[in-house]
Write a new protein. Sequence first.
Length: 418
Amino acid sequence: MSKALIIGAGGVGRVVAHKAAQLGNVFHEILLASRTEARCQEIAKEILELQGKTIQTAALDADDPKNTVELIRRFQPDIVINVALPYQDLAIMDACLETGVPYLDTANYEPPDLAKFEYKWQWAYRERFEKAGIMAVLGSGFDPGVTNVWAAYAQKHLFDQIDTIDILDCNAGNHGHKFATNFNPEINIREITQRGRYWERADQNGPGQAEEEWVGGRYKSIDPMSIRWDYDFPEVGVKSAYLLYHEELESLAKNIPGLRRIRFWMTFGESYLKHLEVLQNVGMTRIDPVRFQGQDIVPIQFLKALLPDPASLAKNYTGKTCIGDLVEGVKDGKRRRVFIYNVCDHAECYKEVRSQAISYTTGVPAVVGAAMMVQGIWKRPGVFNIEELDPDPFLELLARHGLPWQVIECDPSVPLPV
């Protein structure tokens, strides 16, 4: 029996708190903390109503490690589950180091003033966590997270050699708004308005501008939303997916031996793309401050205040998500291609935990990863990406707690987009 401190009370934090409460045999005490305690209290009320469990709440400004250290020492958790803003990752890791408490998050660190997310800042903590004898697990959401674990599973069970991985993320749901983002607007819009990138081995020759080298290969960059793939998703149908950069490319290129190429794709509707184009054209997606009526404002932060809270979308959300890994390589001397995927229903998520499927698919793996750690199934000092750990017990618990997954064979002779 363990105590969990959950930091962050947005859409994902709501799911993490609900699902941790469902795992009463693992987490006997839960403290949900956020800058705005009223949001935590609202979630606590839901959990008492739906799960029949009482959780604690607290106000926390996690920007300053001293505040988090004080809360950790007061509550004495066995794990810190960080689902706050990515800007706060390093401050929370510092607090875990000072107090000797294991750490888990769902998204890598991103500086507030630079639209660039990569693992180098958190990987720099490896030696300190090793010396402290505690574990940190990075990226235990869905993508990154489950998609990384599927790659490790495919390497362990389905292939002798993996050549290519295409991660495909489709949200075919409808929230009823003209324009809204499914998670924090500031993070979401920064992510999709930067140049697209993918990684390939040095002997490959894919399209795009060659950028920095990485683990025997290089990144290639393309104009935003310039490469499209109309993919036929199970239970969802054909949707237009666009090549983007996502953080799991960095760690998987490093941790899947022999990989020749890895890419990430996300679906968007025409209406969403048109709204985004207009917002970019008028400067509303800028991350640098502008002077307005005697004070500095950051346009994207102002836009965030205007857009619907992602958590508010859940009640009327319909449709499904389908997220998966299309993996190709060799098994027993023959070419093989499989699609490993999950389908999640927005309305069913709302019934269970008052969430939409985007938050649900991120929050459930965070709780499953935390359960692996506190039960000693994953127990190694240092900082790890999730694909470096045993995939089997994680995927077994994931399927039992709301995210079943499937593997289907695909025809390896069908050309992939270039």
